[in-house]
Design a protein around this ligand. Structure first.
Ligand code: 3PG
Length: 383
């Protein structure tokens, strides 16, 4: 993969694809700036290497056409504050007006275009759309690891029109993920949670014979329990995945021995219940103290850790205990730990141990895809 350090960027306009697909509250406030801060080294590198103008582009959410609630305007302002320099926001991403505004911006400008997904050409990987984006710049830099698993115009088709390079964040992601993907130190422990097993099955299957232990929690563990004929009460699970989940019976798969149960999602009190004692009205909302003891001891012995997905229902603090404890155990461990996933990240950001993770990936689905060994469109065309 060619890194931007090898590119001739002097006096060139750079099309910098980033992943600013971040969580916003109802008022549009930024809930996590992790993905924004993560691309600052690339922006600074490009400025110091003499790039003429940096044209930053991202998607945000899944809009159907133009949707002002998913505008990148506030993110542009926020980036300006972080960089301590003005950032020009253009409220569109293709067309004559955008071309003119880019041309009129002074040398040294940092420009952010409007949400790429306001145009369906983005997700359709449309050549015409990609060519219009490419027309704004001389060099393409992909620093959007989080979206490299999508065959989208601004990460895939655009590489047909411009010399293309990986940004510093993308390079760092690949270097760190490679440390846990192939040449890892054993014991290797995976901790997988979150609502859906469907999104994690390729990863589980890829690591089934490589990992020493695979610890399951969250909604995905419910699907495995249900597939084994166990009662899970009213807890979430994926009915269409039961046959696949039933095959997960290898010895290295570790299920929680007990759970924290609620009577509803909003319950202010948790009951501890052994896995075999769940009844039809129960909601499994977190892993229990025995499970935490098992998980902590296994994690404590690991030399390499991969974690994606919380093991409990984080919207209710009563059921965040298991996830927080896992953060603490990983923070104390000497193992090389790679952590990722949107919800995991939100849990980490609320916890004082964020900086003790050895590497936090900006990718959610992208991290899973890379570690599953899938060919990712955003990387394929950079190679
Ligand atoms: C992510 O947040 O995982 C990426 O930005 C990809 O977003 P998407 O799932 O909407 O394609």
């Amino acid at each position: 993969m060619k890194s931007v350090e090898l590119a001739d960027v002097k006096n060139k306009n750079i099309f910098l694809r980033v992943d600013f697909n971040i969580d916003l509250d109802e008022k549009g406030n930024i809930l996590s700036d992790f993905r924004i801060k993560a691309v600052i080294p690339t922006i600074q590198f490009l400025l110091s290497a003499g790039a003429a103008k940096i044209i930053i582009a991202s998607h945000l959410g899944k809009p159907k056409g133009r949707d002002e609630k998913l505008s990148l305007k506030l993110i542009a302002e926020y980036l300006g504050k972080l960089l301590n320099q003005p950032v020009v926001f253009i409220n569109d991403c293709i067309g004559e007006r955008v071309k003119k505004e880019v041309a009129d911006a002074p040398v040294g400008s940092i420009i952010i275009l409007e949400n790429l997904r306001f145009y369906e050409g983005e997700e359709k990987n449309d050549d015409g759309f990609a060519e219009q984006l490419a027309g704004l710049a001389d060099v393409f830099v992909n620093d959007a690891f989080g979206v490299c698993h999508r065959e989208n115009a601004s990460v895939a088709a655009i590489t047909r029109f411009l010399p293309s390079y990986a940004g510093l964040l993308l390079k760092k992601e690949i270097e760190n993920l490679n440390k846990v993907k192939d040449n890892f130190e054993k014991p290797l422990v995976l901790i997988l949670g979150g609502a859906k097993i469907s999104t994690k099955l390729p990863l589980i299957n890829n690591f089934l014979s490589k990992a020493d232990k695979i610890l399951l929690g969250g909604g995905l563990a419910n699907t495995v329990l249900k597939s084994r004929g166990k009662e899970i009460g009213k807890s979430i699970f994926e009915p269409e995945l039961l046959t696949e989940a039933q095959k997960l019976n290898a010895e290295n798969i570790v299920m929680p021995r007990d759970f924290l149960i609620g009577n509803s999602l909003e319950d202010g009190q948790a009951r501890v219940t052994l896995a075999e004692n769940i009844t039809i009205n129960d909601w499994i909302l977190d892993i229990g103290p025995n499970a935490l003891e098992d998980f902590s001891s296994i994690i404590g012995q690991a030399k390499t850790i991969i974690w994606n997905g919380p093991v409990g229902y984080l919207e209710n603090p009563v059921f965040s205990q298991g996830t927080n404890k896992i953060i603490e155990v990983i923070a104390k461990s000497q193992a090389f730990s790679v952590v990722g996933g949107g919800e995991t990240l939100l849990a980490l950001e609320k916890n004082k141990n964020f900086d003790k993770m050895r590497f936090v990936s900006t990718g959610g689905g992208a991290m899973l895809s890379y570690l599953s060994g899938e060919e990712m469109p955003g990387l394929k065309y950079l190679n």
